[in-house]
Write a protein that binds this ligand. Structure first.
Ligand code: HGA
Length: 610
């Protein structure tokens, strides 16, 4: 999604803005721009396409200034054009960047047009620039004009504004979209994501909903939504620069796939150290809260939703609690029947996924007060709005297609399952010890699965020329088939669908012919014989099967049936191990098709708009 970076300093901030925008590239975007205040004027450079193109244009113009803002745009309102790219300018005096969506932009546009403002773009954002200018023209200074303007906006925004008339400050505002301030020495920064400014400072203040702030070279003042000065805590960010570098890998996605053994080990460290599933893993008040729970409602989007779908099998089978999983964007607009004894679990890599955040707010409004967030980004919005939290320790995930965030979410969800089972008296000491041991071995099993990469790369050649693919799984591995199909779609642009294998004959079998590769997740579990029958149905129609099964399952290759063996069956954690091959298959197929693996078309990383 869109990214914001801004800086006020005693030095030229253009290199800071460009580097920040490059570090935000992973979020996905379609155009980029910067604006600066220099020598009593606002100057701007915008380009569609890559930040590097905009950088070249800024160089050509010798842009250099001590105050500036930058933006990577992922269009929501108005096409991908240079004219719609941010920053937007009003009356050649103020420049503004914005993340989010202004829902009442049409009414505001009409009102401002009547006041004589001429719009140059189709964006919702431009209304904010003119609105602030309008309030300035009524005698307000930049901060007061921003505060008056945001009171008239409906929707979500993170905003940074500079004005040629006030060259010694920048003003910012936040509602519904993340924004943080970076504190430097004689210089200060603003960013939508800490990775954009980590090269300049690690000292950050996370702005809260409704906050506005003024940044000067020497200080930062934050105002709450009532306009009164507030103190916001300073944090030391632990995002490391190394986690944002590619190292020896060709793509961040490849790097992140290979980081999974480490990410899983880091995520489960506290569990392994305790040698037990303790409610304290989820926060101080977890024990009392989880004891009262008699069901679980999981809310998430995309890959995180599939993690929730795996957890549903675990929670019902192991903890004996009813569990439902719902796509957050559906739940939030449905007249749902609340059961306040159910635990609301939200899953979001970034902790800022707008639909998930809104679904959480909706659940609370229905009377749910038992809330738990599974999230990869400390201090982000969703965990802060939840009573309990489990932080995955996957490290920064840059590739748009989620990989290590998914498998570490599964560890968090498994820990929740086992903890609930224990509190319900359904986990004896021997089984608990067995689960801990299975977790301890998991990074090694995942490493074994990663070692299959050369074989999977060979398979990918068969997928490269295809237009469609089918993924099958059963039981707890059905969501892994869904995740495999999503990965292939996202990065190779091959149309892929996933079905529970037993559902094949109820419709999708009609699609099967020699041109339809069928990927089957077939671990050695109680459903293996059933899956084998479903595979016969495919073979009988000429479909070519690509089967991932465990080393110890009795499965042979035959005409039209290709088999890759993952490590020995790892029991209840098998879905985590079986995720690795489908990630690698998608990655190598995309590589062969020459797509932009880390930044697939039309997609963005943190989905902070509706
Ligand atoms: N609505 C604005 C900003 C979009 C955004 O935040 N995307 O992540 C626009 O379309 O320019």
């Amino acid at each position: 999604m869109c990214g914001i970076v801004g800086a006020i300093a005693g030095r030229d901030v253009v290199p800071v803005l460009i580097e920040g925008l490059k570090r935000l590239e992973y979020r996905g975007y379609d155009s980029a721009g910067i604006a600066v205040v220099v020598d009593g004027a606002v100057r701007r450079v915008r380009r569609t396409g890559r930040v590097s193109e905009m950088e070249a244009a800024a160089r050509a113009e010798h842009l250099s200034a001590p105050l500036g803002i930058g933006h990577t745009r992922w269009a929501t309102h108005g096409g991908v054009t240079e004219g719609n790219a941010h920053p937007h300018i009003s009356h050649d005096s103020l420049a503004l960047v914005h993340n989010g969506i202004i829902e009442n932009h049409e009414a505001q546009r009409e009102r401002l047009t009547k006041l004589g403002y001429v719009f140059e773009s189709q964006t919702d954002t431009e209304v904010i620039a003119h609105l602030i200018h309008h309030h300035q023209s009524q005698g307000l200074d930049l901060l007061a004009a921003l505060q008056a303007s945001v009171r008239e906006l409906d929707g979500a925004y993170a905003i940074a504004v500079i004005d040629k008339g006030e060259p010694d400050r920048m003003v910012v505002a936040r509602m519904g979209c993340p924004l943080l301030v970076g504190l430097g020495d004689g210089e200060n920064f603003v960013a939508s994501d800490v990775s954009a400014i980590v090269q300049a400072t690690r000292r950050v203040i996370f702005l809260e909903e409704g906050d506005t702030a003024v940044l000067t070279r020497d200080g930062v003042q934050v105002y709450g939504d009532d306009g009164q000065l507030v103190a916001r805590a300073e944090h030391l960010s632990d995002v490391s620069l190394a986690s944002l570098e590619l190292g020896p890998y060709r793509h961040f996605m490849q790097k992140e796939i290979h980081e999974q053994p480490r990410a899983l080990a880091d995520t489960m460290e506290a569990i392994i150290d305790a040698g037990a599933f303790e409610p304290a893993l989820f926060g101080k008040e977890a024990e009392g809260l989880l004891r009262e729970v008699d069901g679980v409602q999981i809310l998430a989007c995309g890959t995180s939703y599939y993690a929730g779908a795996v957890a549903r099998y675990w929670i019902e089978a192991i903890a004996g609690l009813p569990c439902t999983v719902e796509i957050a964007s559906e739940y939030r607009y449905r007249k749902a029947v609340a059961n306040p004894r159910h635990l609301i679990v939200t899953i979001s890599q970034s902790g800022e996924t707008l639909d998930t955040m809104e679904a959480l707010k909706y659940a609370k409004s229905l009377g749910h007060d038992k809330t738990l967030s599974i999230c990869n980004v400390p201090e982000s919005a969703i965990p802060r709005a939840s009573r309990l939290v489990f932080y995955t320790r996957a490290g920064a995930e840059i590739g748009v297609a989620s990989t290590k965030a998914f498998t570490t979410q599964l560890v968090g969800l498994f820990a929740l399952t086992a903890t609930l089972a224990k509190l319900n008296g359904r986990l004896d000491a021997e089984t608990e010890a067995g689960y801990i041991e299975a977790l301890r071995r998991l990074p090694v099993s995942v490493q074994h699965a990663l070692n299959l990469e050369p074989q999977i790369a060979v398979w990918s050649e068969k997928f490269t020329p295809k237009q469609h693919a089918l993924f099958l799984g059963r039981g707890v591995h059905y969501p892994i088939a869904l995740e495999g199909a999503l990965k292939l779609k996202e990065i190779s642009y091959i149309h892929a669908e996933a079905y529970p294998a037993g559902e094949l004959k109820h419709g999708p079998l009609a699609l099967v012919d020699a041109d339809m590769p069928v990927v089957v997740i077939a671990p050695k579990d109680s459903l293996l014989e059933k899956v084998k029958s479903n595979m016969q149905e495919v073979r009988a129609r000429g479909g070519e099967l690509f089967v991932f099964t465990d080393a110890d399952s009795n499965f042979g290759e035959s005409e039209g049936v290709h088999v890759i063996r993952t490590p020995r069956h790892v029991g209840v954690l098998s879905p985590i191990v079986h995720t690795i091959p489908v990630q690698l298959l998608a990655y190598h197929t995309a590589l062969a098709r020459g797509t932009d693996v880390d930044k697939p078309r039309n997609l963005a990383k943190s989905v902070t708009v509706e």
